[in-house]
Design a protein around this ligand. Structure first.
Ligand code: AMP
Length: 116
């Protein structure tokens, strides 16, 4: 199930180019076009899910895959040992710009804590 007007659905379909980092039957991961750190990857479900509020029991396998792929990617991207941040923005107060669920995997440099 995809949304023909969704940017990330177009990326998953290859209609819009991206730098692939990982791909399986449930998720696709690619480099963020405007990286916040040396490593900045977006992990997205192949199914169109608008945001975290749309995750229910039916999405359990997808949601789990979005997280269980992280250690694999962290190894591949050589950030496992030094660490990284995972961010999922939701809605206007969460500054979510793209309305297709995505997990930011950010690493490669020390980062300040957002809460000060
Ligand atoms: P968010 O604010 O959580 O919705 O983050 C959306 C992210 O998508 C931002 O970090 C953007 O830089 C990224 N982004 C937008 N368009 C593209 C694109 N065509 N390819 C890769 N990343 C993108």
């Amino acid at each position: 199930m995809q949304d023909p007007n969704c940017l990330f659905c177009k990326i998953i379909n290859g209609e819009i180019p991206s730098t692939k980092v990982f791909d399986d039957e449930l998720v696709y991961a690619f480099n963020d076009i405007n990286p916040a750190a040396p490593v900045h990857v977006l992990i997205v479900p192949k199914k169109h899910i608008a945001d975290n509020n749309q995750i229910g029991p039916g999405e359990a396998e997808i949601a789990a895959r979005m997280l269980t792929v992280v250690p694999e990617l962290a190894e591949q991207l050589e950030i496992a040992e030094d660490g990284y941040r995972l961010i999922m923005n939701t809605g206007p107060h969460g500054h979510q710009e793209v309305k297709h669920l995505h997990l930011h995997l950010i690493g490669g440099a020390p980062m300040r804590h957002p809460m000060g």
